[in-house]
Design a protein around this ligand. Structure first.
Ligand code: FAD
Length: 474
């Protein structure tokens, strides 16, 4: 029976980051991935000559060391971009992140006056609310922008994505998604732009354009280049990767994993196990059982996503990376045009757009046929003057489960119970899906590096799960 120092369940970027770092220090690693390729949510499909990301994946990090390590990975072709996006509201395409002046002008006059006053009042009284705990995303947003702008800027799009009122989403999500430092920058930028009457700056020096980062990097042929480059580096240091592996059980007492590969059963032994697969799946595969954990898992959910890719016989539809669509009579949330990410993503003279719909498996939308989803997507796009019907060549629908950890108000208490139970001296959880953390890919890789560093430093407590997330207050 083969034995590895580490066995990793799942081959997404968190797992590959961990494998790269730890195998470079001489440890033996086995990665078991269920799909035919590595990459997980940071994968790229190749369909009729089009490279298709899951809604595109910009790479952005404030961690200089991480950025240097990623940019110098052999074979990875990262190009620098500035995020360009707009949002469709009031029947127009507005700049996004919002320029307050641009937004106020598009609104009906009475709403615009109310919002302007509410924003100003909110800015002036912010100091008085210092230290107050912000529990929900709604609390967080109103604290920054005021009640009126919440109704316009936050409620429609957020409730459309998550299918619940933003008052029922934990403020942890905002913290994880936007990160306090950049929000402060964004507010300063808004105020500066109002004062200087400067309303459209898309130059490479402006790194405060979006709350989640202005400049970003993107490979020439889709984000798949990133996991592939990490995998090559890990394999070069001795990591073994088995794709299309079906894991059938994890015996934490004897430290063994059983899986099938090409129909053959294989049993392997580990020193330590790292799981990056969905919490519910890992619980089912491993041998320890507990009623309280099962109850917590039953209430803990991931959101699923449907991608509708539309292929067009034209070079470009708009020059945006992203377009956001909060109106509920439009079936999709966002549109990403791949030819704006790299000319190599589409065959010459053609472009492709990814539309996404967040949903839960087996709800009404999930069960719509591919034909119905495509028809609604094209009809809605034509209605909002996004593209013309006669330019549509073909389409492709792809469903992905476990796409988003769902942060309801009580998620953290349940997660504490689940993680405490599943982790042990020789078992750790990792990554966006594995540890239920709303991560971007840079955070996931960083987490992988951090866990490996904890092993290398022989830390007593190696877990990277923060048992106590600080209450968010500003
Ligand atoms: C729509 C969307 C857009 C995004 N956009 C961006 C972006 O622009 N920029 C950015 O940085 N990040 C973005 N992200 C986030 C990014 O995709 C993730 O942070 C990152 O890919 C997570 O990597 P991970 O390794 O933590 O998890 P995952 O990618 O989920 O890895 C888990 C792996 O486990 C495998 N697995 C699952 N079950 C099993 C099993 N039973 N047996 C074996 N293997 C299994 C999966 O196939 C997968 O490979 C986006 C995510 C989504 C969903």
């Amino acid at each position: 029976m083969e034995k590895f120092d580490f066995i990793l369940l799942g081959g997404g970027v968190s797992s590959l980051g961990f494998a790269k770092r730890i195998s470079e220090h001489g440890f033996s690693v086995l990665i078991l991935e269920k799909e035919a390729v590595v990459g997980g949510l940071s994968r790229t499909l190749l369909h009729n000559g089009f490279y298709l990301d899951f809604c595109a994946h910009r790479f952005h990090t404030n961690n200089k060391e991480l950025l240097d390590e990623i940019l110098t990975l052999p074979g990875l072709t990262m190009e620098k971009h500035i995020k360009k996006s707009r949002i469709y509201m009031f029947g127009r395409y507005l700049k996004y992140p919002f320029e307050i002046q641009n937004l106020l002008r598009a609104m009906p006059l009475h709403q615009s006056i109310l919002s302007g006053f509410s924003f100003g009042f909110n800015m002036m009284t912010k100091g008085l609310r210092k230290g107050r705990e912000l529990k929900s995303y709604k609390d967080w947003f109103i604290h920054l922008y005021g009640k009126q702008l919440y109704k316009v800027m936050c409620y429609p799009y957020t409730s459309k994505i998550w299918h619940v009122d933003p008052g029922l989403i934990s403020a942890d999500w905002a913290n994880q998604r936007f990160q306090g430092e950049n929000m402060a920058k964004l507010i300063k930028r808004i105020l500066k732009k109002i004062v200087t009457l400067d309303f459209s700056n898309y130059n490479l020096q402006d790194d405060s354009l979006a709350p989640d980062g202005g400049p970003f990097y993107y490979p020439l042929r889709g984000i798949q280049e990133l996991p592939d480059a990490l995998a090559r580096a890990a394999v070069k240091s001795g990591t073994k990767i088995v794709c299309s592996a079906v894991i059938t059980s994890v015996n934490t007492k004897d430290r063994k994993v059983t899986y099938t590969e090409g129909g053959n059963q294989v049993i392997v032994e580990y020193g330590d196990l790292v799981s990056t697969i969905p919490l519910h799946q890992f619980y089912t595969l491993q041998d320890q059982k507990d009623k309280e954990v099962e109850d917590a898992l039953a209430k803990t959910k991931y959101m699923d996503i449907i991608f509708i890719f539309v292929f067009l016989n034209q070079k470009q539809v708009s020059n945006d990376h992203w377009l956001y669509f909060p109106d509920t009579d439009i079936i999709y949330n966002r549109a990403v045009e791949f030819s704006n990410w790299s000319p190599e993503m589409c065959p010459p003279g053609k472009t492709s757009i990814c539309f996404d719909i967040t949903t839960f498996e087996n709800d009404a939308t999930w069960n719509l046929s591919d034909e119905e989803l495509t028809k609604r997507t094209i009809d809605d796009s034509v209605r909002v003057n996004y593209f013309e019907r006669e330019n549509v060549d073909s389409s492709y629908v792809f469903r992905v489960k476990y796409a988003y950890p769902f942060y309801d108000l009580e998620y953290k208490d349940r997660l504490d119970v689940i993680v405490k139970f599943l982790e042990g001296e020789h078992v750790h959880l990792l990554g966006r899906t594995g540890i239920f953390q709303y991560n971007n890919s840079d955070n996931s890789i960083e987490m992988g590096f951090k866990l490996a560093d904890n092993y290398l430093a022989k830390s007593k407590d190696k877990s990277i799960y923060e048992a106590k997330v600080k209450a968010i207050s500003y």
